[in-house]
Design a protein around this ligand. Structure first.
Ligand code: FES
Length: 314
């Protein structure tokens, strides 16, 4: 998604966020020329108005940075970017702000950040936003934590303008949750392709091992492609005492595969699960979500062959 904030405004009790105008140059130079303001965000404070104006023209051309106006005096007191990271047009953006030193300590960064997050999720429909702070910048850390971000990782960040490596902490906030993102991917692909998981990791800064940890913890997620028909055999107590083991053996024999595998023709994937919630029908299996109860080994084989017949593969 390409961000264009040209005609967007966000209003909070004390602030107005709108697109930058070239007439903002005096206010911009006033706060951006103060040492320590830009440095906290990785860029050097401006010593000439011409250089500041060049940067302002870039903000205007890029269209992804708001000017922050303090409503009480109608002054521009900072900037707020909804920025592209490594992955182009992604539905994850990185938030970054700078506020005039004169306005620090008043909760304005938190007020602006919460409003921008709402805008990102409700108007732009992003699925996550990220942000970062230099490890020593405790002020930003507090804002980030107050705005509901979760820590993703710590890594070294080279700030080109300052020609210095910084230890930086990266955070992410999901519109819903990581689990909801994984569910959407599985719905789209039928499983969780490794490339998709790697993309999430790259975009959100969450280490891939942590994402795989979530994906493997929940039985609902599959890391391998499934066949056209998914057979799930219940192994809960009621089904177990009524012969689920014999049925499992019959299914495996019929399909010539083991639990968790897919047949060579890609038609069936066989897996097991805990109680499927219909114990009175035990032993039970589902095929593509349809329940088959009171199973016997022979009945399970017949059901599989009925599917084969429909597919013309028997
Ligand atoms: S134990 Fe199998 S459906 Fe409950």
């Amino acid at each position: 998604m390409i961000i264009d904030l040209t005609n967007k405004t966000i209003e909070t009790p004390r602030l107005l966020l709108r697109a930058w105008r070239i007439t903002d140059i005096d206010d911009f130079f006033e706060y951006a020329s103060v040492e320590g303001v830009g440095e906290a965000a990785g860029w050097k404070h401006y010593t000439s108005k011409t250089a500041a104006e060049e940067r302002l023209r870039i903000f205007i051309a890029q269209k992804d940075v708001f000017a922050i106006i303090y409503k009480e005096n109608n002054k521009v007191i900072g900037s707020f970017g909804i920025l592209e990271r490594i992955v182009k047009d992604s539905s994850v953006k990185e938030l970054g702000y700078v506020i005039s030193k004169d306005y620090w300590g008043r909760g304005l960064a938190t007020e602006a950040t919460k409003a921008v997050i709402d805008f990102c999720f409700n108007d732009l429909n992003l699925y996550a936003v990220t942000c970062a702070h230099f490890a020593e910048n405790i002020r930003s850390k507090r804002v980030i934590e107050k705005c509901g971000f979760s820590f993703a990782c710590k890594k070294t960040h080279y700030a080109e303008q300052l020609d210095k490596d910084f230890e930086a902490c990266f955070y992410v906030r999901f519109k819903e949750s990581l689990i909801a993102v994984l569910q959407n991917i599985q719905e789209k692909f039928g499983y969780l392709p490794k490339k998709e998981l790697a993309d999430i990791s790259e975009q959100t800064h969450i280490p891939i091992a942590k994402i795989l940890g979530v994906a493997t913890f929940y039985a609902q997620f599959r890391l391998e492609p499934v066949g056209k028909h998914l057979i799930v055999l219940c192994q809960g107590t009621a089904c177990h005492v009524n012969g689920a083991e014999e049925i499992a053996a019959a299914i495996k024999e019929e399909l010539e595969i083991q639990d968790g595998c897919t047949t060579k023709d890609g038609l069936f994937t066989f897996t097991t699960a805990a109680c499927l919630g219909c114990c009175s029908l035990s032993p039970v299996m589902t095929v593509d979500g349809e329940t088959f109860g009171a199973l016997t080994p022979a009945k399970a084989k017949t059901i599989i062959n009925d599917f084969r017949r429909k597919e013309g593969t028997e």
